[in-house]
Design a protein around this ligand. Structure first.
Ligand code: ADP
Ligand code: MG
Length: 314
């Protein structure tokens, strides 16, 4: 009998999502915004929330500061029924924060990493992966203390009998170092299209198109899913290549869509669904998450996913 379907290891921060026809101007006293939402951010936490919404038994391992932003993060996780006994509180640290500024269809993000930069293997209990079906890791490039140990963490997860996945998200330094060391420890790799191309290029592949990046990655990991925004996503397993477009939605914002995609993907994978149905589930979960501001408010329930899958699949 397993304890958890999925343990998510990764960063925790809040998102302050603001919207307005505003370009920040230094020296000007005050400019007005049209909207502001303070909510749970971070790829790892949004992914974990999506898993819990779909009914997976989910636990989180991470680090927050002893402050209101940290409490907001853990309160959100608890409200979704996620086990947070693996979330440590760092007394001397502040919890990270991302300001997401939307202006028309464009957006920019400003991140203060805070405690996430100090999260390391000393915060992961020796028995963290015992009785766990799957371990997901997110945003290695935002976690410099954890990063040198990522291959070891993934190897520990597998040694405990779990399958593994990683969502790289963007590398602010654009070096993409270490990715080739992580791939052999992964059952599945879940980048977006820009990340896939940047990683393959950074490690010497000639990348003229996304197909070239997919070929490079697919030779190094058993299962690959690449997210392509409003266009949908592509999956590759050995020589099998599938693509899928999202259902029609009226997007409010795409914050965390890739993380909700990861949750849908993992739900299908753990259910033992065929690749095509798993990719459909992922794309649906990504698309439905865009219906509200922030990453978690509109995440798909299992019932919503079932309804959306009817009609897409025989
Ligand atoms: N504007 C959109 N309309 C419909 N679906 C979307 C939209 N943006 C994202 N999605 C869905 O969310 C998934 C992941 O989004 P994407 O933006 O590619 O990931 P990331 O957040 O990692 O960059 C897509 O594969 C798609 O299914
Ligand atoms: Mg992403």
């Amino acid at each position: 009998m397993t304890r958890f379907d999925v343990v998510v290891v990764g960063e925790l921060n809040v998102d302050l999502i603001v919207r307005g026809d505003v370009v920040p101007r230094w020296g000007q006293a005050e400019q007005l915004l049209d909207d502001a939402t303070l909510t749970l951010g971070s790829s790892a936490a949004i992914m974990a929330s999506g898993c819990a919404r779909l009914g997976l038994r989910t636990a989180f391992i991470g680090l927050v500061g002893a402050d209101p932003f940290g409490a907001l993060c853990t309160d959100h996780l608890v409200a979704r029924g996620i086990d947070i006994s693996g979330v440590a509180v760092a007394p001397g640290q502040r919890t990270g924060c991302t300001i997401v500024l939307h202006r028309d269809a464009d957006r920019t993000m400003l991140t203060f990493p805070g405690a996430m930069a100090h999260f390391g293997t000393e915060h992961i209990a020796a028995d963290a992966f015992t009785g766990v079906r799957h371990v997901h890791l997110a945003s290695p490039f935002l976690q410099p203390a954890l990063r040198p140990a990522i291959a070891d963490v993934l190897a520990r997860a597998r040694a405990a009998g779990a399958t593994t996945s990683l969502d790289p998200n963007w590398d602010p330094a654009e070096s993409w170092d270490d990715v080739p060391d992580w791939l052999p420890h992964l059952d599945m790799f879940l980048p977006n299209d820009a990340e896939a191309c940047a990683i393959a290029r950074a490690h010497g592949a000639a990348v003229a198109s996304l197909d070239d990046a997919i070929a490079w990655l697919a030779a190094r990991v058993p299962l690959l899913a690449v997210k392509c925004g409003a266009v949908g996503a592509v999956a590759r397993c050995g020589t099998r290549h599938l693509q899928c477009t999202p259902p029609a939605v009226v997007p409010v914002d795409a914050v965390g869509a890739g993380d909700s995609f990861d949750a849908g993907w993992l739900y299908g994978y753990l259910a033992g669904w065929p690749l095509e149905r798993t990719l459909h589930a992922a794309v649906i979960c990504g698309a439905l998450s865009t219906r509200a501001a922030g990453g978690t408010a509109a995440q798909a329930t299992r019932a919503e996913l079932s309804t959306a899958l009817v009609g897409t699949m025989a």
